[in-house]
Design a protein around this ligand. Structure first.
Ligand code: BMA
Length: 325
């Protein structure tokens, strides 16, 4: 999968010192794009041949959490299938749909893998693959419940598939560390390693309650660039911002640097008002190795989808310069 030069882009606004800045046309996907959608957010997009494809979290007007497939020529304007995504699965017990949300999509070797928060006696990490975004083959759930934010690495590490995840509870989880696991076959997972905990409140409060991996990590000379969300428990409820870390290339559970300040926090109306106020939740990024440009897709207030831009080398520098490790 080669990232295209036509990825979405808008220059940093004049006078802005932000490392990551918002698209002026946000939100790019309205909540009611589908006749049956209550909200479309926390979604994953990738390059797909000469266009783009994605797996979208579309909660319907029954407020059921569903996944839908979508396509786009410019990665900004999306056509999303009205019918929910249906996985094909050899094992009826695993394939039984309960709910699904917060998908990530990752190209590894010869196909796209989807991971998502899958309802199986509580939330856990569902795994499936597709070649064409039409047929999705569902595999075994990666972990025991309860778990969320399962994010694959785009290549094998030490000969194994590798995934970050965030063990949790069956509710709104007032805690949460990021862990790393490996698997030879995407079925049996082990070598679980601790990656990082929430930061001390006095040091970096936006990430002091829980943290979770966001988009697929990006390989840079300085390590795997991980954009992750962090949560502050404020007197008005949880506030979801996002920041960045650099993980060791060979041993990605070792955190080399981790940003103290956030890259982006809920500040715009569409991030602060919606079904769940004050949420910016990144699940995907497109990037271009030649220009260093990155376009980050993030859910806004659990209602709509936004886009933010930056330069990878600048985010790497920011992560190192402000690091709290
Ligand atoms: C998390 C997940 C996300 C959501 C966030 C804020 O636990 O459910 O999908 O964006 O809460 O509501």
């Amino acid at each position: 999968m080669i990232q295209k030069l036509t990825m979405p882009w808008e220059d940093r606004p004049e006078g802005s010192k932000e490392v990551v800045w918002r698209y002026s046309q946000n939100p790019i996907i309205p909540r009611n794009l589908l006749p049956t959608s209550n909200s479309i957010f926390n979604s994953a997009v990738v390059c797909f041949g000469d266009r783009y494809a994605g797996v979208f979290r579309c909660d319907d007007t029954n407020r059921r959490m569903r996944l839908h497939v979508g396509f786009s020529d410019d990665a900004v304007s999306w056509k999303i299938n009205e019918e929910p995504l249906k996985f094909t699965c050899d094992d009826a017990e695993i394939g039984e749909w309960v709910y699904g949300y917060d998908p990530r999509v990752c190209w590894i070797e010869d196909r796209y893998y989807v991971t998502w928060c899958n309802g199986y006696h509580g939330p856990t990490i569902g795994v499936a693959y597709t070649f064409d975004f039409v047929t999705f083959h569902q595999l075994e759930n990666a972990f025991l419940p309860f778990n969320r934010n399962g994010v694959l690495f785009p290549k094998k590490i030490n000969g194994n598939f590798a995934m970050l995840s965030r063990p949790s509870d069956n509710g709104h989880t007032p805690f949460g560390d990021i862990f790393y696991s490996e698997s030879p076959d995407l079925e049996y997972w082990g070598r679980h390693r601790h990656v990082m905990s929430p930061a001390p409140f006095e040091q970096s409060a936006w990430q002091c309650t829980k943290i979770g991996a966001g988009p697929i990590p990006i390989e840079t000379p300085e390590g795997w660039l991980l954009i992750y969300h962090g949560v502050l428990a404020s007197c008005n409820g949880f506030v979801y911002s996002f920041g960045s870390a650099l993980l060791d290339l060979d041993q990605p559970w070792k955190v080399k640097y981790r940003s103290g300040p956030y890259l982006l926090s809920p500040q715009k109306d569409y991030e602060c008002m919606g079904d769940v106020p004050n949420v910016t939740f990144p699940c995907a990024a497109l990037h271009d190795d030649e220009t260093g440009r990155i376009a980050i897709y993030y859910g806004c207030a659990d209602t709509v989808t936004g886009l933010a831009f930056g330069y990878i080398p600048e985010i790497v520098e920011f992560t190192k310069k402000t690091s709290i490790v």
